[in-house]
Write a new protein. Sequence first.
Length: 706
Amino acid sequence: MSHGAIVTPNGVNFTIFSRNATRVVLAVFENADSGEPYATLEFDPRKNRTGNVWHALVPELRPGDFYLYRIDGPFDPSKGLRFDFSRYLLDPYARAFSEGSVFNFFANSPTRDIDTMFIKDRKIPDVSLFPKCVVVDDDDFDWEGDVPINRPLTKSIIYETHLKGFTASASSGVANPGTYKGFIEKIPYLKKLGITAVEFLPIFEFDENETGNVNPKNGERLSNYWGYSTIGFFAPKNGYAADKKNPGACVNEFKLLVKECHKAGIEVILDVVYNHTAEGNEHGYTFEFKGIQNDTYYLLWESDRQYYTNYSGCGNTFNCNHPVTRSFILDSLRYWVTQMHVDGFRFDLASILCRAQNGNLINFPPVTNLISEDPILANTKIIAEPWDAGGGYQVGFFPGGRWAEWNDRFRDDIRRFVRGDEFTSTAAATRMAGSSDIYLYNGKMPYHSVNYISCHDGFTMNDVVSYNSKHNDENGEENRDGSDNNQSYNHGFEGACTNDKIEALRLRQIKNFMLMLLLSQGTPMLLGGDEFRRTQNGNNNAYCQDNETSWFDWTLAQKNTGLVDFVSRLIAFRKNHPMFSRCHFFGETEEEKKCGVDINWFEDDGRTPDWNKLNRFLACELFGMRHKKEDGVSDCNLYFAMNTDRHDVNVILPSLEHGYEWVRVADTSFPSGEDFVEEGKEEALASQKRYILPSNSAVVLISKKI
């Protein structure tokens, strides 16, 4: 039985779960601003209830109609029950919400005290400002034969970005800034850059007015910009639609975005939040789950069930491994794959998916295994942020089979190495080789490691090389929020500066980061805008900055065209060489066990490293000539070296087979335009055996037949 409001030839079928409800009423509204319903339907438990599922077919309703629920039952918080018939409730399966999203109600409330507003005198309130669910016809869109791309992770290059922020600035030059349609206008840029997938920060309906913080510098009220506070698990964010008039237009606009991305060969991955909701704790709001079946959807204290566990750091924890809740999660994921054609999901605070109904972490969580084995999701990317706010940390051993994972140890070890920290070369080499110390013995492959230097949560790459400490004062939390452990270095001046030497060094370090990220084994993920030095002015927790702090400044793309070109050529280089897309760790294939490992590591003098002493230098040779490209032509060997010391290094190069010589592909010490050479135009080194590698720079050479 499909849940939600399902359009059929005979009308709209409404279905909602509630085990302890004694009364369920469907309220239908004339428009989004209606203060009262124009019609109601009370479900007859003798006819409209099957087990714990309430359902009714309403012949008179059509797509575009507005509705809410009212549900009665026992109000006993000590037992985890919070039914209240005076409240209007959202449908957890709603496909869209009305204009203004769910939260104009609170934005226009002087106290934002929803409990007082709803319970006073036990009267049904005026809901003109409260959101309405919208009936949507799932099949009212022409996909033109589109299907999810389902590209293997081994061939994926992910670009994490915020859908609104990507084009919200006037500098984007699009006709519909900050919208699904606005993003479509920028797809050619992404195609030219060469990335294979966009990973959107949450686009499920959320509460942008949730935070009450105020910017102390200008007095402006801040918002929930990132969107990690889901209300509608089947509903794309209505505020991101260009069409503000037609109810549910956001659904088809999102579908159009996916279809256009697929035409450009770009996959769509969604950052999803199934670990908590916007309803908060016992002092929070009631939008839906609390008033439908609170004790099923949330983890509650065993000793006193009026209180909520808080492994999310956001007030409540979704009860992911309850049979009803895990079915809800699967239904949501399947919907986005079958109806919205998305290619994958990144699960926020995914360790909460591994918590039992008593809150303990378990080795074989039902929901992660169900997601992994579900036939509808079989070819869909599933990526875990393998930790939570309750102490769960599962990097390298996230349970459930085929899950990929964000690898924060790659981020930290590479940042420290590039910064020039002592004796970090060994850790950096391990990360570049696929993090076998983390994944090899847990049945994972190199591509299960999603490698990144920066992401939405923390400094941008530009800020990693421009700030020693966070500058989050404008978040209204007295700079207490955000991590203090950034492994960053400002190179002599805090923030933006006009010193040409400092700026040149910062640019070189960004190129070093990009080289290490895109030449490492694993699945690389870029933070959107890093390719043209997007900055948040040192704010490493810009969750509430729906403004120029977070929005993409496209003038930087023009200012830093050299860096954009460098990254684009580097991405093309990675794609063209299968040596970076291994399915196995070095030394683990049968061929390598017979013929030798496909990688050698070196000191600057050409000797095998003493890993206990190797410091501020790293070099390796990849034996690509042993393998074929897709066109049947043998790949080349590659030599990579990086010097993070303050002094130049005279590097001795490894010998090649007779008839081959090293040619230079990239050198980050070179000026833009000369730092990365197109394949086929590489500069021969005239059989030289040495290479002078300047301080804080990296070089890439490939073998070529003379």
